[in-house]
Each structure stands twice: as structure tokens, then as C-alpha cells.
Design a protein around this ligand. Structure first.
Ligand SMILES: [Zn+2]
Length: 446
């Protein structure tokens, strides 16, 4: 079954009409996985921070936490979860019977409290009651109900998502819910792996934990732990990600066009034209392009992307509308051909301290070649800029931040953004460069 993963799950086949058109496809789900699952947690329970966060961290997965403004959630605790890549989302201001009138204001208040990459883009309705749908869709990309079956719909969605984005189903877990045991969760995940669909789960607090107001339908946390363990063992097939991230991916995938052309060097254009004030729809899509070579280097807007070659395709993740993607033969030295090599590149790099920051610790010249910088945004642990042995500028810890490279004349030579843990930027020539990452500036000599 696992060998079929790439054949069964790709959609979005486009080819341009030139002699050098190449086959390019967008994965149905991230990583060309077969199905998607989102874990959502309602009511801002203390145990979401103290118990759910560490549990998800153990497996490397991210969830969605829907907080109630007036219930005074542990904002710094939830910011900590956001910093780790979880989604913080709205569950209204007051948790009244119906949240109509609180669609925009709850979003705004949470946005003032929580800083996260994609903003506050999803909402879960208190008591499963759908409020003003147009107000929901003006402020969010997802409005979440509870069990689909409670409204005569299916509990799981197909690969095209819900018929109404203001009524996205999630199945209740715990004492009052349908899903109680690990097997209950894994059964739903197996189902969407079969159907190429998307399952969402709705959990409140946990049995025997500090749940605050989240006292409805407590779930055995070990059941979820087992579900995450199973997901990790089946990670090739199931994509576990926050509701808002899966929704962005799905909407982008359905709206995007991918075209590849050229021989030798292949240029890929990945674009969409989604008009929506809520999201920029800049979540990376998983792409594969037919490729004969045994090595490849993939860049987008001049920044190196992680890639792999498998079964006659080159695979990579790229952001739509973020510039041309170029696949070249990967003739560069071995030390530059994979992310794994970046540690050796680091050890041989020379680092110049930022020109415009006084708060950076500059190590003595004989010490380690990495500089840990103070936290610039809450979601940044460290940013470092250095040159690699093959004369790229490498930026680490800059996920989501704008990166601008200036030459010694002050002219912009590259603009990109941090897409992965490590971003390689090619300047095309040796020289002195200023690299602006977010609000910080670094000087690098190639
Ligand atoms: Zn609730």
C-alpha cells in the first residue's frame, strides 16, 4: 500500500503546450500524503497548555486551540503554543448560546494577544450553533461546527473540503462524544487515508486534568497520545496539521495552477488568484515535477528549497505567488546539495555580526561560528546569517520573515522569505552584502 502513495494521491495535473513542457502536479495533501487530520481543542483549558502542548511536541505535530476571550485564557501559555507552530483560533468572546455579533470582535481581540504566522483565521462556534455566516466568512477561512452527522452531513470531508466553509465538521471526542479510544481516532484516520479526505476532531478538556471552563465531555488524554503515535508511524499517509493550515492548503491547491517548462533547467510557475481579505494563502504547497536527473537543486525567487528525487520526480514545497521556481541539475558541490549538509557548511562559515544591532553577542574569533540572537518576535528562537563554503548566504531561524539582500551599493539583489528552517540565498557574485531579516540587518562577506 505504501508504495502507491505517489500514484494515488496527486491531483492538479497541468502541462503547457511547448515542446519542453514538463509534468508538474500539486499533492492532494502536504508531502503527497493520502489523507489529512486536524485536532482541535475548545474552551482554552489550562490543560491545553500544560498537557496537550507537551504531548503534541513529543510527536512533532501541531493542533488548533480555540480560546474564549472572556474566559481569560493563559495568553502567554497559548502564545507559547503559537510559537511552536500550533494554531490559536477563536471560540467567541462570551461563549453564549450563539456567537453572532462576536465574529469580528473576538478575532480582533485574540489578534491583539496572540502573534502567529497566519493570523487568527479559524473559528469554532460555541454550542455548535452557526452564527452569522457572512460575518464568519468575512473574518475567517473556516467556521467550525461539531459532528457533521448532527447536521445531516458526513463527519469526514473529502479532498475538496466542505460544501460550506462556514460549516466545517469536527467529531466530538470524550465522554459525550463518538471518539473515546485510540482505535476510534485511528479508525477515522484510516478512513480518510482510504478516501483521500480530511477528518477533524473536537476535544475539550482531559479526564483528571486542570480544565477550567472546558469541563464538557472530558477525553482520555492517553487515547489522543495513542492516536498521535499511530499517526507518526503512518506519517507517509496521514498529514496531521492545524485546521487553518489544512484549509489554506486545500483552498490554494484547488485554486492554483502549476506549469513547468524547459529542458535542462526547468522553470515552474505556481500561481493562484484567490481574492479574500482574510488570508494571503501563502501556505507552501507540495509539488512534484517529472525529472530524469539524479541530482537537483531547486530555488524559488533565488532561495534554495529542500528537495528530493524519487521515482522519476523531484519533490519540493513552494509558496504560490512567491516567484519562479527553478530546477537545475544540481551540479553544485556535494556540500551544497542538501539541508543535511548545512551543519558542515556552518562549521566552515564565517559570520559577521549584524551591523545595526547592539544587542548581539559577538563571539571571540576562535569560538563557535553561530551567533544566537535575542528573540525578535515571539515566534523566533534564533536568527543567524552566515556564508556557506560554497558562497551562498544562509539564513536560519527566519521562517515566515522577509529576507532582503542588498549589495555594497545598497541595491536590492534578492528578496525572499524564510520558508524552511534554513534558507539559502544565492547572490550570483562575491562581495559584501547586507542581509535584512525581518527588522534586523546582518553584514556578510562572500
Ligand atoms: Zn466551547
Amino acid at each position: 500500500m505504501k508504495k502507491m502513495i505517489f500514484a494515488a494521491s496527486a491531483v492538479g495535473l497541468f502541462a503547457v503546450g511547448s515542446a519542453f513542457a514538463q509534468t508538474a502536479e500539486i499533492g492532494t495533501w502536504a508531502g503527497f500524503r493520502k489523507g489529512a487530520a486536524s485536532f482541535t481543542f475548545d474552551d482554552g483549558a489550562p490543560s491545553h497548555v500544560t498537557d496537550a502542548g507537551p504531548m503534541f511536541k513529543k510527536y512533532g505535530y501541531k493542533a488548533t486551540f480555540n480560546v474564549v476571550v472572556n474566559w481569560n485564557p493563559n495568553w502567554s501559555g497559548f502564545q507559547g503554543l503559537a510559537d511552536e507552530g500550533h494554531e490559536i483560533a477563536s471560540h467567541s468572546n462570551s461563549h453564549g448560546n450563539n456567537m453572532s455579533g462576536e465574529e469580528a470582535s473576538s478575532k480582533k481581540t485574540i489578534e491583539g494577544k496572540i502573534k502567529q504566522k497566519y493570523g487568527i483565521i479559524t473559528v469554532a462556534y460555541p454550542n455548535c450553533n452557526v452564527p452569522n455566516e457572512s460575518a464568519v466568512l468575512q473574518n475567517y477561512i473556516v467556521g467550525r461546527i461539531c459532528n457533521g452527522s448532527w447536521k445531516g452531513m458526513a463527519d469526514e470531508m473529502g479532498k475538496d473540503g466542505p460544501s460550506n466553509w462556514a460549516q466545517v465538521p469536527a467529531t466530538m471526542t470524550g465522554a459525550e462524544g463518538q471518539l473515546k479510544s485510540t482505535n476510534d481516532f485511528t479508525g477515522r484516520m484510516q478512513k480518510v487515508i482510504q478516501s483521500n479526505g480530511w477528518a477533524a476532531f473536537l476535544t475539550h478538556g482531559f479526564q483528571g486534568k486542570q480544565n477550567g471552563n472546558a469541563n464538557y465531555s472530558p477525553t482520555d488524554i492517553n487515547a489522543i497520545d495513542g492516536a498521535l503515535k499511530w499517526a507518526q508511524q503512518n506519517d507517509k499517509d496521514i498529514w496531521v496539521a492545524p485546521m487553518g493550515h489544512v484549509a489554506m492548503y486545500l483552498k490554494e491547491r484547488k485554486a492554483s495552477k502549476v506549469e513547468a517548462s524547459g529542458s535542462g533547467t526547468i522553470t515552474v510557475k505556481l500561481t493562484h488568484n484567490i481574492a479574500d481579505k482574510v488570508s494571503k494563502y501563502d501556505y507552501p504547497l507540495s509539488i512534484r515535477v517529472k525529472y530524469d536527473g539524479s541530482k537537483a537543486e531547486v530555488t524559488q525567487a533565488g532561495a534554495k528549497l529542500e528537495s528530493k528525487i524519487d521515482g522519476g520526480y523531484v519533490y519540493f514545497d513552494a509558496v504560490p505567488n512567491a516567484g519562479d521556481i527553478v530546477i537545475s541539475g544540481g551540479a553544485a558541490p556535494a556540500s551544497s546539495s542538501s539541508i543535511a549538509s548545512s551543519s558542515s557548511a556552518v562549521s566552515s562559515s564565517s559570520i559577521v555580526p549584524p551591523a545595526s544591532s547592539s544587542s548581539v553577542v559577538v563571539p571571540p574569533s576562535s569560538s563557535s561560528s553561530t551567533i544566537a540572537l535575542p528573540v525578535e518576535q515571539a515566534n523566533l528562537a534564533t536568527v543567524a546569517v552566515y556564508k556557506t563554503s560554497d558562497n551562498y548566504i544562509e539564513v536560519s531561524g527566519a521562517q515566515g520573515l522577509a529576507i532582503t539582500v542588498y549589495n555594497h551599493m545598497g541595491q536590492v539583489v534578492r528578496t525572499t522569505r524564510g520558508l524552511g528552517l534554513v534558507q539559502k540565498v544565492f547572490t550570483g557574485a562575491k562581495g559584501m552584502y547586507l542581509v535584512k531579516v525581518g527588522s534586523r540587518t546582518f553584514k556578510v562577506s562572500l
